[in-house]
Design a protein around this ligand. Structure first.
Ligand SMILES: [Zn+2]
Length: 282
């Protein structure tokens, strides 16, 4: 179940478009933000786009500033001095009391060190980066290159914890999948969710085992019945995919297969890995 389904009345739109549940999801790629310029997305929520566009980050990472006067910054972004400066410029004359991090990917958490050094704010996150499961010996690929292993929060946050500041109270919502330590931050009073990479409006969120794992269940069984090899499945499931994202899509397919193998619905020879052959379990 996705976040939008869990919280249907919440506004995930700052962060993501509603997801359609048919085969052809209409992604919203209309995103006119300029890097480095703070924009008030909603009353009490500013956002600043980092200049790190890529097939994985779309136009770039978006950092959020919550509140006025005494503020929280959510996801300070990649190791990027210009983006840190843009965030600090946006809050000039204000006090940053909190830094919240949704997850430990290199496009979301490394700049935390700069913002903390400049502001002395307390850093909140679920914990340091960790894999969703140990690596299989037969696994040759390593999706962990995107992990920020240097990150460590000041305060480790659990599902349901409320992080209170001046004029805001954000509730941590455990959303493992994209990474094991992924949190969303809900602001119930404003009906706003900061969903990190749990839901993305412009593309499908990647789940790359062993970094991530399939907590939300989305079966691709019909495809599997027709097409037993994972690389063929990727082409069948992600129609019209940007070729630069085929490796990422392969990991997301693997995450589903791993889940289906664990449930005994799908069989494979050996461990479920990229390049394996998969069949319906009899
Ligand atoms: Zn991520």
């Amino acid at each position: 179940m996705g976040f939008a389904a869990l919280y249907p009345s919440y506004e995930t739109a700052i962060l993501a478009s509603p997801m359609a549940d048919n085969d052809d999801i209409p992604f919203n790629r209309d995103f006119p933000l300029k890097p480095g310029v703070a924009e008030e997305a909603r009353p009490g929520v500013r956002r600043v786009l980092c200049n790190n566009p890529s097939p994985f980050t779309f136009t770039g990472t978006v950092s959020y500033i919550v509140g006025r006067g005494k503020v929280a910054i959510i996801d300070p972004g990649p190791d990027d001095e210009a983006h840190a400066k843009a965030l600090l410029d946006a809050v000039r004359g204000e006090t940053v009391t909190h830094i919240l991090v949704t997850h430990t990917h290199r496009d979301h958490s490394p700049n935390t060190a700069r913002i903390k050094a400049a502001t002395g704010a307390t850093v909140y996150a679920e914990g340091p980066h960790r894999a969703s499961r140990p690596r299989f010996e037969s696994e040759k690929h390593n999706p962990e290159s995107g992990a920020d292993r240097d990150f460590k929060p000041d305060v480790e946050v659990k599902n349901g914890d409320v992080i209170e500041g001046a004029g805001f109270a954000l509730e941590a919502v455990a959303t493992p999948g994209h990474t094991a330590n992924h949190l969303a931050f809900a602001w119930p009073e404003r009906k706003i969710n900061f969903v990190g990479d749990h839901v993305m409006g412009w593309s499908t969120s990647i789940v790359a085992p062993p970094d991530g794992s399939m907590i939300d269940y989305m079966a691709s069984l019909a495809t599997l019945e027709r097409r037993p090899e994972d690389s063929t499945m990727v082409r069948a499931i992600y129609i019209g995919l940007d070729p630069r994202l085929s490796g990422a899509a392969g990991y997301s397919v693997l995450a589903h297969l791993e889940d289906l193998v664990a449930r005994g619905i799908v069989a494979t020879d050996g461990d479920p890995v990229i390049g394996g052959n998969y069949r319906m379990a009899s």
